[in-house]
Design a protein around this ligand. Structure first.
Ligand code: SAM
Ligand code: SF4
Length: 346
């Protein structure tokens, strides 16, 4: 898929004089999410079909050298935060080598990885040794049967072993990501937060978004941040929004009276598009300014042809300049993206 709409050229000169990657609404971009594979070893129903998921040919995936070149070009534009994701990023062979290369880039002040945790038990140590310090581990439920029915795999024990291994090798900044679905995960909200509080792990609930590629999403299946805050307050006592939270972070954080925190990525009930500072690079080299974008820029041919840093930078700046004001999930005009979540990179 190349660009699906006409590309408006950026203004000349493009307003990056201060090294900032700014869009036409004045939003400054510093955060790049990189998918390293679209494959996955489980099949969460809200992200991937059970059968027949379509994957990009392995030969079309960006190499580590191409990813590093892309990041090097984006750093002078102000990118300083990177999250590696997928598909399941731990399926990408030799991932610690990429992590080591990114860790060496001093301008990257924050490097994180999002994983389903299934392979983490054996990979936690090599990831840590390569320099990774921040992990988000995806876990929707602590019960085996619901886990199996959500993911279509019986791997809960492996995920729990992965979380334990990560703590043992020294990861102190672990967060749990849980997708919140009305009529399905209400009974998991309190146990997950209790599990996290017992281990000093913050849980982040992500409202179910229309990225399943199978039209399973509907507004009445979204368990909202407000619903969950009420459940948690009933169990643990009052919780209040964290003062001075980073307005550009996707999660709104709340604090219990003892200082423990819980986060909500409330993309549906409280869209945060006006503060968005994120760009996404898919495993096959498509640059996207939004999860829900209906266009993307194919940077792989540029990387393949050995484009210069300035050629890469103009692809990045023009993509950011075209960024829309935000998604319309709450409107009837909303059109779900052609790519499901696993193929974009969450
Ligand atoms: N496989 C890894 C994982 O599951 O963490 C990384 C990729 S996954 C696409 C990234 C995140 O997307 C997951 O943590 C999951 O919580 C979230 N996610 C996937 N599909 C979603 C959907 N339809 N709505 C909301 N969040 C979703
Ligand atoms: Fe795989 Fe993550 Fe998608 Fe689940 S959410 S199917 S673990 S890529």
């Amino acid at each position: 898929m190349t660009s699906l709409i006409e590309i408006a050229p950026p203004p000349t000169p493009y307003p990056t004089t201060s090294g900032r990657l700014i869009d036409s609404f004045g939003r400054v971009h510093s955060d790049l999410r990189i998918s390293v594979t679209d494959r996955c070893n489980i099949r969460c129903f809200y992200c991937m079909p059970e059968q027949g998921a379509e994957f990009a040919p392995v030969s079309s995936l960006l190499t580590f050298e191409q990813i590093v070149r892309f990041v090097s070009a984006s750093v002078p534009l102000g990118i300083n935060k990177i999250r590696l994701t997928g598909g399941e990023p731990l399926l990408r062979p030799k991932l610690p080598e990429l992590i080591a290369a990114l860790t060496e880039m001093s301008a990257i002040r924050d490097l994180a990885l999002t994983t389903n945790g299934v392979l983490l038990r054996d990979l936690a140590q090599p990831l840590y040794d390569a320099g990774l310090r921040r992990l988000n581990i995806h876990l929707d439920t602590l019960d085996r049967e619901p886990f199996r029915s959500i993911t279509r795999r019986d791997d809960l024990a492996r995920v729990l072993a992965g979380i334990e291994a990560a703590g043992k090798v020294g990861f102190h900044s672990i967060k749990l990501n849980a997708v919140a679905i009305k009529g399905l995960t209400e009974q998991d909200v309190v146990p997950l937060v209790r599990f996290g509080r017992e281990r000093n792990i913050e849980v982040r609930f992500i409202e179910f978004m229309p990225l399943d590629g199978q039209q399973l999403w509907s507004m009445d299946r979204v368990l909202t941040a407000d619903d969950m805050i009420a459940m948690l307050a009933q169990e643990f006592g009052s919780l209040a929004p964290v003062p001075d939270g980073d307005p550009r972070a996707p999660a709104t954080e709340y604090e219990f009276e003892d200082g423990d925190r819980v986060g909500f990525i409330a993309s549906v009930s409280r869209p945060f598009c006006l503060n968005c500072n994120r760009l996404r690079l898919t495993a096959d080299g498509k640059l996207r300014y939004c999860l829900f974008a209906r266009e993307e820029t194919d940077v792989r041919p540029l990387l393949h042809a050995g484009a210069s840093e300035s050629e890469l930078q103009s692809a990045i700046t023009s993509t950011v300049w075209r960024k829309w004001i935000g998604h319309d999930i709450n409107r009837s005009s909303f059109v779900a993206p052609q790519r499901p979540m696993y193929s974009i990179g969450g």
